[in-house]
Write a protein that binds this ligand. Structure first.
Ligand SMILES: [Zn+2]
Length: 489
């Protein structure tokens, strides 16, 4: 969860599919039906941008931001569509990803910036994303997966309706569900080779980065599941990009840059992994150091923290809980909005206090819609919701416990103990928790990457991650004077 959360509803924006005529594709030169005018594309990007900023946040690093804008604009100039108002941003997410929105908006996560090992790798991905824009790839919206942050838990929950309720809170992130066909991905890879070469970079490095992506997805399993779906099959793409890079350089002999050290110096100090100030779980407690609260996580439950909400679910998928900021200036106003937004029929509504904080507790049923849009009668399959609205630190928080009516009775005790565990946190060890940062170190002696990392006091349990971050294997040779990435607070 982020401190500032605005609910922007973006769903539908990307679904725009007005046929506006036939035109030549700027990249392929083929005649095709275009789905959006240039003006519509630009408007779409401009409308989407505030929602992306609100849900993910911008990673504040002026020199890195200046770098991506400089390279982005250079590449835009040599692209097939230099006339678009391109803008480039680093978003505050640990996930390794990059994405583009029609109209010229291109986003890199801080996670991907931390994983690049030279400017050429960055340029390849930049070219790939600009390629989606210039080749006018019509993005499809993917409803089932997002960045590994949402949907994982909702997907475990058996009931469609429970999932629906969870998804409603995720609509602001809808735009991030963009995915492209495999054909379009391949086309963008090819454009990435061309564009990055044209601004002077060695596109073989782009191929190498696919190797890094493959290692990340192999290792992480669940934690970065969607890079494969939004950017499928890094292995197969690697060999194709390798081939295209060689072809390009053979046809256009020149000096192609890698710029490893200059890139590494630029990312020295970048945050790596979760940033504790956005909330973290430790010993079955979710802590939010910035908002100064804590909340118990039932033992054995799975959880996901995203900028918009913290969600957790029982392993059997029969009950889940959502925790988020609630709209409204008073508890009563928040209660009304929640009831309206989720179509709840309230059966109990009581004032209470939770660890000294004023609160409202409600028990309700979610009105299922019939075909005609009328509320259906409650059944054992109806969704029951226990909601706690808690006023704390100038904000109102909502905790929802959700289960099917048939399981609600068995779950409500658990929901209650979680909600009643909401309290302030003042432990300096929690409040002042610092994130890991990438620290660039100079190798002191010839040896393996593992030796160099050990010399820099890196812990054994981080070795595998460090190898991936460095784009190497631990047994790879490093030489005195070489720069490597290490991690420290
Ligand atoms: Zn792509």
């Amino acid at each position: 969860m982020k401190v500032k959360f605005q609910n922007h509803i973006l769903t539908g924006l990307v679904a725009i599919s007005l046929l506006t005529g036939c035109s030549k594709n700027p990249v392929t030169g083929k005649k095709e039906i275009i789905f959006m005018s240039k003006e519509k594309e630009i408007a779409l990007g401009a409308e989407s941008h505030p929602g992306i900023v609100a849900t993910m946040g911008i990673y504040d690093d002026k020199s890195l931001n200046a770098f991506i804008n400089e390279k982005g604009k250079a590449m835009a100039n040599i692209s097939h569509r230099p006339d678009l108002p391109y803008q480039f941003f680093i978003v505050d997410s640990p996930v390794v990803n990059a994405f583009a929105v029609p109209g010229g908006y291109v986003y890199f996560t801080r996670g991907i910036m931390a994983h690049f090992n030279n400017e050429a790798e960055f340029a390849g991905v930049l070219g790939h994303e600009i390629g989606h824009i210039t080749a006018r790839h019509s993005a499809r919206q993917q409803t089932s997966q997002i960045f590994g942050q949402v949907g994982l838990l909702a997907g475990m929950v058996l009931s469609e309706t429970v999932r629906g309720l969870a998804d409603q809170t995720q609509q602001a992130l809808g735009l991030l569900l963009l995915s492209y066909s495999r054909e379009h991905e391949t086309e963008s890879d090819k454009i990435g080779v061309e564009y990055s070469s044209k601004i002077g970079y060695d596109a073989h490095q782009m191929a190498d980065f696919f190797g890094t992506l493959k290692k990340i997805s192999d290792k992480s399993g669940q934690s970065i599941p969607t890079f494969q779906s939004t950017h499928p099959d890094p292995g197969g793409r690697q060999s194709k990009v390798e081939k295209w890079a060689t072809e390009y350089q053979t046809a256009h002999p020149a000096k192609y840059n890698v710029n490893r050290d200059t890139y590494l110096r630029k990312i020295d100090g970048i945050i790596y992994g979760t940033d504790p100030k956005q909330g973290f779980v430790e010993n079955n407690v979710f802590y939010h150091p910035t908002l100064r609260f804590q909340l118990p996580v039932p033992s054995g439950w799975q959880y996901e923290n995203s900028p918009a909400q913290f969600q957790m679910a029982a392993k059997d998928g029969k009950s889940m809980m959502l925790f988020m900021l609630a709209p409204g200036k008073s508890l009563e106003e928040a209660a009304q909005t929640v009831v309206k937004n989720y179509s709840l029929q309230v059966s109990e509504n009581n004032k209470t206090t939770i660890n000294g904080n004023p609160a409202i507790v409600m028990i309700s049923t979610q009105a299922a819609q019939t075909q005609t849009g009328q509320p259906a009668a409650a059944t054992a399959n109806s969704i029951q919701v226990a909601t706690w609205l808690i006023q704390y630190g100038g904000s109102i928080y909502a905790i929802h416990g959700i289960a099917q009516a048939s399981n609600f009775g068995g779950s409500v005790g658990q929901f209650k103990s979680v909600a009643e565990g909401f309290k302030s946190v003042s432990d300096p060890n929690i409040i002042n928790r610092q994130p890991d940062r990438i620290r660039i170190k100079t190798v002191q002696r010839d040896g393996s990457l593992r030796d160099a990392l050990r010399d820099s006091n890196q812990s054994d349990k981080q070795m595998d991650d460090l190898a991936i971050i460095n784009g190497m294997s631990l047994s790879d040779k490093v030489t005195k004077g070489m720069l490597i990435k290490t991690l420290s607070k």
